[in-house]
Design a binder for this molecule. Structure first.
Ligand code: NCD
Length: 346
């Protein structure tokens, strides 16, 4: 398979302080300094949006973002679109969704992406297959050599692989609330096997470089964090703790990152049914967490946060930060778009 070959051999450019023109497909491209630059820009943009700064629309005026979502999305899609518009840019997409583009006629990913690349300055793509964003970046590199206006690819989620921009907004939210990354217990709960957000977040925390922060992975045996990611984290020196018992870590966690069991990734519905009720966050359970803990969730949520009445109670808890996490997503994506398109200081 060409995609597997590309996934194994294609190395996207590390950021190394310069975002302009770089595809964003994995958190492996980021180092401590890059996150500092991005978060600084995010803070500045958030302040400017809140102050209704009209100068913002200068930042990406005349630039076009193509939205290519081969898989369902609410937050990632809408926040990228909103981010681009708030920066003065425009957004294009196949009129009736990508399934009614020439994909419907059987066009492959490499050609679909290059079509968008001919018209847009940046493509935001989500795809159900791991490695698809690497493949898209690889073919865009080829196209970019032949056209005057190079196009950048940003992954909005790559199967069960990675979701790099979600990790960026998750890290930003942790920092925004905790004002530090050191001396924390960060607990990731749920489907750690299929959840791309937790893969990217765990790796990004390790890449940032933290002192005395430990990562706790809470999952049923069949949904444990993949071995290769555990290895990367352990090699980085960050302490990890794996358990299937939330009670081992709930009352010592500073960050509780709750996730959905990824139903769509299960081949056998019986396997999903057997596991789906394993971890349910409820107001009762949250009582046992630290008073200054934060409860995060990339959303969407289903029954892993109980019933809608449970949601309503949890949402009122000052420790629940998933709405601001969601809002931060737009600010982080604004910073990223401004940086990859213009490299501007914001
Ligand atoms: C996540 C995703 O798509 O991976 N959603 C998101 O982008 N906020 C999480 C999920 O679907 O469970």
């Amino acid at each position: 398979m060409i995609r597997e070959m590309i996934l194994q051999t294609y190395t996207p450019a590390p950021i190394e302080g310069t975002f302009v023109g770089k595809h964003i497909v994995t958190v492996d491209q980021f180092a401590h300094k890059d996150l500092e630059i991005l978060f600084h820009a995010t803070m500045s943009l958030r302040k400017r949006v809140r102050e209704h700064d009209r100068g913002l629309t200068e930042l990406c005026a005349g630039r076009v973002m193509a939205s290519l979502f081969f898989e369902a999305s609410t937050r990632t899609d809408l926040s990228f679109q909103a981010a681009m518009r708030r920066l003065g840019g425009d957004v294009i997409g196949a009129s009736n969704g990508v399934q009614f583009s020439s994909v419907y006629k059987g066009e492959n990913l490499a050609d679909t992406v290059r079509a968008a690349g001919c018209y847009a300055d940046v493509i935001v793509m989500r795809h159900p297959q791991q490695g698809a964003s690497f493949e898209a970046a690889y073919y865009l590199d080829k196209l970019n050599k032949r056209i005057d206006n190079p196009t950048v690819l940003i992954s909005g989620g790559d199967g069960i692989g990675e979701h790099p921009t979600q990790a960026l907004l998750d890290m930003f939210t942790i920092f925004d609330r905790k004002k530090k990354f050191d001396d924390l217990t960060i607990t990731l709960v749920g489907d750690l096997r299929n959840g791309r957000t937790v893969h990217s977040l765990a790796k990004l925390i390790a890449r940032y470089g933290v002192t005395n922060t430990r990562l706790a992975f809470v999952a049923p045996d069949s949904l444990r964090m993949p071995e290769n990611i555990c290895e990367i984290i352990n090699t980085s020196g960050v302490e990890t703790y794996e358990t299937d018992n939330l009670m081992d870590v709930l009352d010592s966690s500073d960050v509780i990152y709750w996730t959905r069991i990824q139903e769509e990734r299960f081949e056998n519905p019986a396997d999903y049914d057997a596991i789906k009720d394993r971890f349910i966050m409820t107001p009762e359970l949250l009582k046992q967490a630290k008073a200054d803990a934060i409860l995060m969730h990339p959303l969407p949520r289903k029954h892993e946060m109980g019933t809608q009445s449970d949601h309503d109670v949890l949402d009122e808890d000052p420790r629940a930060v998933y709405f601001e996490q969601m809002e931060n997503g737009m600010f982080v994506r604004m910073a990223l778009l401004a940086k990859v398109l213009r490299g501007v200081y914001v």
